[in-house]
Design a protein around this ligand. Structure first.
Ligand SMILES: [Zn+2]
Length: 297
């Protein structure tokens, strides 16, 4: 039995019930900073959710925290929220490696859940959506097999169109002019732009560098970060559609804003962004489906 700590999190009532538990989905918090279960709970509450989206949160020290009750559908991966248990590991396993104690805690937790349900799969978030979650260094095979070995998991190519919602826990300040865009790009990608509030070649290059950086980081595209939107970058672009959230969405919003479209730059690909994308498609003779493909930068 895994030792599960219950901190009595209080949930709002806007959730669905779990239908059936048939799988386990593995996530990471996507940030290196240490966070309590309450921090994530409050963050998700502030997003308008009932509370923390995961059923369990396993910290780096191996302590296991109860998130939302197993009777509640999760908010961690849209297509399987009401049929799977979500386990989030504290850390960014694209840049960190997992401690043995944390690994063992997740193994114990999975065994615990398996003893209570007929579990037919244990998958990583990235096996279902186009995200790097739970990270390239996540010891997936060791955890799924419940044994220590050194096999590196195969990288699954992205097949879907959502970005990882859990990998960028903190919101950025408001962005609503070229100056803010320059400031945001400098802060995220070290692009060293002069903050002159003018959209010129350097700012365009910085925007493309941001995109290249995100495609490398989230999807292992191995692009040269040169700020040139050439064929390699174009071919590496992923499809992004409503429901996505994260830095790639932010960069798309910035690209549209720069082209003269008035929209919120908030990293969230909601109905507002979808409407603007359709407008852009219509204005440019593209098929109007609201899905961002390769032609936006
Ligand atoms: Zn995830």
């Amino acid at each position: 039995m895994a030792n599960i700590i219950d901190t009595n999190l209080q949930f709002n009532s806007n959730y669905s019930k779990m239908k059936t538990v048939e799988g386990i989905l593995l996530h990471h918090s996507g940030v290196t900073v240490l966070q309590t279960v309450e921090t994530i709970h409050n963050y998700h509450k502030n997003k308008g959710w009932a509370g923390i989206g995961y059923h369990y949160y396993v910290r780096k020290d191996g302590s296991i925290y109860k998130g939302r009750p197993e009777t509640m559908a999760g908010a961690h991966c849209p297509s399987v929220n009401s049929t799977s248990i979500g386990i989030c590991a504290e850390g960014d396993f694209n840049t960190e490696t997992m401690s043995e104690i944390q690994k063992q805690a997740i193994i114990d937790l999975i065994a615990d859940i398996k003893s209570r349900y007929n579990i037919t799969y244990v998958k990583g978030h990235r096996d279902i959506l186009a995200t790097s979650c739970p990270g390239n260094n996540y010891p997936f095979n060791e955890i799924v097999n419940g044994t220590a070995n050194n096999t590196t998991p195969e990288q699954t190519p992205p097949t879907e169109t959502n970005e990882d919602k859990s990998s960028d826990i903190f919101n950025d300040g408001l962005v609503n002019c070229i100056y803010d865009i320059q400031e945001w790009l400098n802060r995220h990608y070290n692009t060293g732009l002069a903050l002159d509030n003018i959209y010129g070649t350097n700012t365009h290059k910085a925007l493309v560098k941001g995109l290249q950086t995100e495609l490398n980081k989230q999807y292992n595209k191995g692009l040269a970060v040169d700020g040139i939107f050439g064929m390699n970058t174009k071919n590496a672009c992923i499809n992004v559609r409503q429901g996505a959230e994260g830095n790639i969405t932010m960069l798309i919003q910035m690209a549209l804003f720069i082209k003269g479209y008035n929209l919120s730059m908030d990293k969230k690909f909601g109905s507002d962004t979808a409407r603007i994308v359709k407008q852009f498609q219509s204005d440019n003779g593209l098929s109007v489906d609201g899905i961002v493909r390769q032609k936006y930068f």
